[in-house]
Design a protein around this ligand. Structure first.
Ligand code: NAD
Length: 258
């Protein structure tokens, strides 16, 4: 049990596909801290594994949301409003690019593939923030998303997803400004490489892991739990003065020159 009490808080978590999803580690720690959890899963394909993950939790709910269409987000938030009067925490842990774009030359990115990656991985934060913030009526809330250092450095293979992360990080700052008056904070965790369904398909992913473990000040890779602990901090009152921030959980890799 972690020493932060989130009982009476409701968290809506997007992006659990399986037990390795970063969103699952975050949902777990928020649940351990006492929050009620509503998981928004992408589609039927992942529903069974998500149902299995929460089977031992009472007081949790599942809703479906494919964020490729804003109207789906509207529908999901409407469904959430029937489960709870208000929400306090939203976790956006979603990204997608066609597999062909996660290797080879960035130069070859097609217009269609660019749109897909940016739409799912970056625009979705705007639509989720826009619609979910309407339910943050209990003295504000905390929205957090997941990014990667390829937003401002070249990681061969990460390609168009780096462009999406650059957009996402900019959105964090602009949304933090727009929602600040409502006491809604918006932050991102820039995580080091972690083995998940999504990361495994990035070519050079293992080079990224090796570079991080060899060259970061802590001389190791990070764990899912370390990202979850930072998410818990950002979701809680402990971070009440923090918004628009990109917080690195990467064993310090981002500070290195060589
Ligand atoms: P993951 O595959 O477990 O999670 C990605 C999630 O995105 C899945 O749950 C998937 O269902 C969801 N998703 C994709 N398209 C969607 C759509 N159209 N509608 C709704 N949901 C959709 O992988 P992960 O590594 O846990 O990724 C979560 C986030 O963390 C991503 O933003 C990723 O870029 C970021 N991140 C990952 C790493 C890493 O090394 N794994 C590092 C830094 C940041």
């Amino acid at each position: 049990m972690y020493p932060l009490d989130l009982s009476k808080k409701v968290a809506l978590v997007f992006g659990v596909a399986n037990s390795r999803s970063i969103a699952w580690s975050i949902a777990n720690i928020l649940h351990e801290a006492g929050a009620q959890i509503i998981l928004a899963y992408q589609n039927e394909r992942v529903k069974k594994s998500v149902e299995k993950l929460v089977s031992e939790w009472d007081n949790s709910f599942l809703v479906e949301c494919d964020v490729s269409k804003e109207e789906n987000v509207v529908k999901t938030i409407d469904e959430v409003s029937k489960i709870t009067k208000s929400i306090d925490i939203v976790v956006h842990s979603i990204a997608f690019a066609n597999r062909d774009n996660l290797g080879g030359q960035f130069l070859k990115t097609s217009q269609e593939d660019f749109k897909t990656a940016l739409d799912i991985s970056a625009f979705s934060l705007i639509s989720i923030a826009k619609h979910s913030s309407k339910l943050m009526t209990n003295n504000g809330g905390s929205i957090l998303t997941l990014t990667f250092q390829a937003s401002n450095r070249v990681f061969p293979g990460y390609n168009v997803m780096g462009t999406a992360k650059a957009a996402l990080e900019n959105e964090v700052r602009q949304l933090a400004y727009d929602l600040g008056e409502s006491n809604i904070r918006v932050n991102a965790i820039s995580a080091g490489p972690l083995d998940t369904l999504s990361s495994r398909v990035i070519s050079h992913y293992h080079d990224m892991k090796n570079a991080a473990s060899n060259r970061s000040p802590l001389k190791r890779n990070i764990t899912h739990d370390e990202v979850a602990k930072t998410a818990l901090y950002l979701a809680s009152e402990m971070s009440s003065g923090v918004t628009g921030e990109i917080l690195h959980v990467d064993a310090g890799y981002n500070i290195m020159g060589i």
